[in-house]
Structures are given as C-alpha cells and as structure tokens.
Design a protein around this ligand. Structure first.
Ligand code: HEM
Length: 544
C-alpha cells in the first residue's frame, strides 16, 4: 500500500477515505491527518494530548536513548531541554551573533560560482548548497569547520542523510516488537554502526573544546552546552550524552532541512522563469546592484517571501513532520483516538487540499498577495515547521538561512537549466526521508552579474497562423513576460528583409525591434537582447 514516497501514497488514500484515517501497522495504531481543520484539532485544540513522540528503534540508537529534543518523550526533561535550546542556543541574539559567519560562507560560494561562470560549466547546485549549509551549521554548532573525512570517509552530508533515512524508513521492529531482535531489515545493524560514527566524532569535538578552553566572546553551541554542563546549574541531569544528542539535533535539523528547502525553491524558480525574473526585479529594487544581499534586507523582500511560502506549500521538506504520539485517549471531531497512537500529520496533503487552495497543483506565489496566510504555525493550511508545543524551535534560523541563500544566488547570477533543457522537462521526483530532497541533483548554468530587466508587457505584431500561438505562449513564459499581446497584421511580405524575415520594428504598436522568419525557427527581440528557438529550448540573455 505504501511505496517509496509514503507521503504521496497517504495523500492519495486520504482523498478517498477522508482527512482523519486510522491505519493499524502491526500492533501500532496510526492516525493520518490530511486537512487543515483536522491538523488544527491535533496541533492546537488538543496540542498537549498529542505532544508525545513515539518510542522507536531509531530514537534509541541515534539520539542517545531519546536524550535529544526531536525524539524526546514529552515530560519534564523534554520541557527543560526545549527551554534551554530556545533560550540559550536559538534565541534571536544567538542567531544574530552568527550573522558574520553566514555572510562569509555565502561570500565564498559566490566567489566559487563566479569562477565557474567563466568556464561555462553546469553547476551541481544541490551539492554546492548542501556543502554551504554543512559549513554554516558546523561553524555555528562546533565553532569551526571540520573536514568531511573527520566524521567518516563518506562525509557529513551522506552520514546525516543516512541517519534521516534510517529514522524515516518503517521499521518492522517498531510495529512488531518481538521481531525487533531479529532485525530482518538490517536496520539495527546500520543504526548501531552509524551511532558509533556520530559518537566518536562528537567525543572528539567535545575534547577539542575542553582543550581550547574559553576562546573569547563568540560562543558556539558546544561552548554554551559545555558551560551549562560544567556549571551543574540545570535541574536535570546534563552530561556528555546530552551534549552529543543536542549536537546531532542541531546539526541534522539545520543542514538538511535548509539545503533541501533551497533546492526546491531554486527548482521552482528554474521551472518558472517569470517568477525568477520577478524575484530578481525585487532584489534590484531593494538591494541594488552594487552590494551583496544582507540579512537586514530579507524583511523587505515581500515577493521572495511569497515564493518561499508557495514552495513550502508544494514541497514541505518534512512532509509528515516528526510523528506525534497520543499521551491519553481523546475524541477528535467524533473520532476516538486511543492512547499510544502514532499521529502522522501529512503537510504534503494539506498543501494540496483543494478546499484550502485554488489551483492547488499550480506554482503561483501571487496567491499570497493580500493574504494573511503565514508559515509560522498559526495557519493550518501551511505547516512546513509544524505548530504548537512540538513546532520547530529553529524556524527563525531556518528561514534566515533559506531566504538569504536563495536571495544571494539569484541576485548575483542569472540561472538557466543546462543543455537547453525546457523548464517543463525538469525532473521534480522526490526522495523520501525524514527530510524529502530531490531524487536527482539540481544542475544549472549561471551567468554572473546579469540581471535582465523583467518585461511586464510586450506587444508582438504577429502575422502568421494560430499554430504558433502556443509556441509563443511557451516562449513568453520562459522569458518571464507577463502579457503577450498578439496583433495579427497579416501584412504579407513587405520585403523588409531579403532573407524572408519580416522586420516589424516600424509598426506603431511594437515595443521592441522584432523580426521573425516566415516559419518561425527563431524570434529575436533585439530590445532585450534575448533569443527564442522554435522549440524554446533555451533562452540566451546577452548582457544588458
Ligand atoms: C528550513 C528549515 C527547517 C524546516 C523546514 C524545519 C522543519 C521542522 C519540522 C516540520 C519539525 C517537526 C515539527 C513537529 O513534529 O510538529 C521540526 C522540528 C525540529 N526542528 Fe526544525 N526545521 C528547520 C530548521 C531547523 C533548524 C535550523 C533547527 C536548529 C538548529 C531546527 C531544530 C528543530 C528541532 C530541535 C526540532 C524538534 C522539536 C521538538 O520535538 O520539540 N530546525 N523542524
């Protein structure tokens, strides 16, 4: 019943069986929640009842026996840890203190991309963005960059992603506890091996911090946790195991979620050049062209904000959140929910609920114009960070990282798909894990420093037959032209061009010099220096 992408399968099943479904997997009752109204019941009205996390094998092996925040069972320990993380590690002040580091790391990527642009090679954007978020997260958590080989020969990204997959894969041992010891899927063996990798590396990081002592005013997350541990000032036990569990929480939660979010936003921008141009136009207006984007600009980038929301609506990177767990029996909307049930909130389905969203399959950031819908957990039709007691405590940091990276990459470079690929050909297949990323890496070609003026409206004087209409529609979409007015002059060959081209630049309602062959193998809009081929497989922008 559930294949490689359970969030999509559950969405399909919910369309038939409704927004609150009961599914028994082995001995474990599962409640699948698939509409905004139902999500509000579980995450707001009865938030306290459903604030638990289910016990599961992965939590045991990969979170030092649920000592972290993400998988911690609801209770005094979790509440204290959550307070500590929110106040000490993820406060606005703390996040602000890492701002110069984020700027520096982003600057390094921009420099690298500038050089790559000169060589006209395609860039593996997925890999570059992922490395960037690894660097940012490592410096924030550990205070310095470690090399990939310091954790394992496979490197940070692969190791963290393996952990995310092991946590998300349905484990028979969780549903049939007596099968757990047999480890029929080999998951316990893998989790055991992985937990040793993490443990050894984090021990090394703690030792490095102990050796280095107090290094000055900017404290990384390990520094803060070490001083809490050494002060003995907590009401609860806090030793090296807790420090390691939180370290993994912070690292995994920040690098993979942010990288996948950026990957999906850039994918949608490449699929929708009109939107890309509008984002660039906003950046030119707010930031100008002679400096980098600063974090202080982000609040003024309203259209970018809409693009981020729209991408999260269609591609929530944690589509099933982290499973919640019922702490007691409860009746929700007439359904009896038993104690100890897993609660799966399907935000992928919620973002596609036709009762909540018109044209729900369409990527349309403009749907947020004049709308109060936000993504911070108050509006249950858009829940990329969850909501309530278990909602993401790193949301502010996550949003800064995501918006800053996207804004900077789109501000400095003009991007297009490689090898004349059409936007409609871009593969958007998902790869499931606790964090859903692209199955195929996102490849793109970039040009530095050219941000073409977006064209709001364009009068095309056109004299050929209707067959070309859809081709022109496609082309205008690719060029980011909002409105293409077709004016059929049918003037015949006026002999402007000996090679059969009609030069219509002198027609009164033409905005740009324009010529078209008799059978339009290409259209050249000289005014904007852009070219379209008959199958508009590529757009080549000349520097303005
Ligand atoms: C774009 C970036 C991010 C996204 C989309 C995201 C999304 C989420 C989601 C959906 C949850 C589960 C909520 C639930 O189960 O109800 C979550 C939990 C969590 N996130 Fe984030 N997150 C992001 C960034 C971060 C960052 C930067 C950090 C910290 C450095 C962080 C730390 C956590 C933690 C610790 C939890 C578990 C909270 C708990 O169980 O009490 N996240 N996040």
């Amino acid at each position: 019943m559930l294949g490689k992408n359970p969030h999509q399968d559950l969405h399909r099943i919910a369309q038939k069986h409704g927004p609150i479904m009961y599914m028994q997997f082995g001995f474990v009752p599962n409640i699948i929640v698939s509409s905004p109204q139902a999500a509000e019941h579980f995450l707001k009205t009865y938030d306290l009842v459903f604030a638990g996390r289910p016990p599961h094998q992965a939590a045991k092996y990969l979170s030092w026996d649920q000592r972290n925040l993400s998988f911690g069972t609801y209770g005094t320990y979790w509440r204290n840890m959550r307070k500590l993380c929110t106040l000490e590690l993820l406060s606005s002040l703390k996040i602000g203190s890492f701002q110069p580091m984020r700027r520096e790391e982003l600057g390094l990527l921009v420099e690298w991309l500038k050089h790559a642009a000169l060589e006209h090679v395609s860039v593996d954007l997925s890999a570059k963005v992922s490395s960037l978020t690894v660097e940012m997260s490592c410096r924030m958590v550990f205070g310095k960059k470690y090399e990939d080989k310091d954790i394992d020969e496979r490197g940070f990204k692969v190791v963290i992603q393996e952990g995310m997959k092991l946590v998300a894969i349905p484990n028979l041992g969780d549903y049939f506890p007596f099968l757990g010891v047999l480890d029929l899927q080999g998951l316990t063996r893998k989790m055991n091996a992985l937990s040793k990798v993490f443990d050894q590396f984090f021990e090394k990081v703690i030792d490095d911090h102990v050796r280095a002592g107090d290094q000055g005013p900017t404290k990384d997350i390990v520094d803060i946790m070490m001083s809490i541990m050494q002060s003995g000032g907590t009401d609860f036990q806090f030793d090296r195991r807790h420090v390691k569990a939180i370290m993994l929480d912070m690292l995994a939660a920040s690098m993979d979620t942010a990288a996948s979010s950026v990957e999906w936003i850039l994918s949608e921008l490449l699929k929708n050049p009109r939107v890309m141009k509008k984002v660039q136009k906003e950046l030119v207006e707010v930031v100008g062209l002679d400096r980098m984007v600063e974090e202080s600009d982000l609040e003024s980038l309203e259209y970018l904000d809409m693009v981020v929301k729209e991408t999260f609506r269609l591609h929530p990177v944690a589509p099933l959140l982290i499973p919640h767990y019922s702490l007691e029996d409860c009746t929700v909307d007439g359904y009896q929910i038993p104690k100890d049930a897993r609660i799966i909130i399907n935000t992928f389905a919620i973002g596609r609920d036709p009762n909540a969203w018109t044209d729900h399959e369409k990527f349309n950031p403009e749907r947020f114009v004049g709308s109060s819908i936000d993504l911070r957990g108050q509006h249950f039709q858009l829940l990329p960070f969850g909501s309530g007691r278990r909602g993401c405590p790193g949301m502010q940091l996550g949003l800064i990282m995501v918006r800053l990276i996207v804004a900077q990459l789109v501000h400095c470079f003009d991007w297009k798909l490689p090898n004349n690929m059409l936007p409609s050909e871009l593969d958007m297949t998902e790869e499931f894990g606790l964090v859903v990323s692209r199955a195929e890496h996102l490849m793109a070609e970039q040009k530095y420093g050219h941000i073409p003026d977006p064209i709001e409206s364009f009068n095309l004087v056109y004299k050929k037959n209707d067959k070309h209409k859809s081709w022109i529609d496609d082309a205008s979409e690719q060029m980011g032209i909002n409105e293409f007015n077709l004016v059929d002059l049918d003037t015949g060959d006026d002999g402007d061009n000996v090679d059969g081209n009609e030069n219509l630049g002198d027609a009164s309602n033409v905005n740009f010099d324009f010529s078209m062959t008799e059978t339009p193998s290409f259209v050249q809009c000289e005014g904007v220096g852009e070219f379209m081929t008959e199958t508009p497989a590529w757009i080549r922008s000349n520097p303005c």
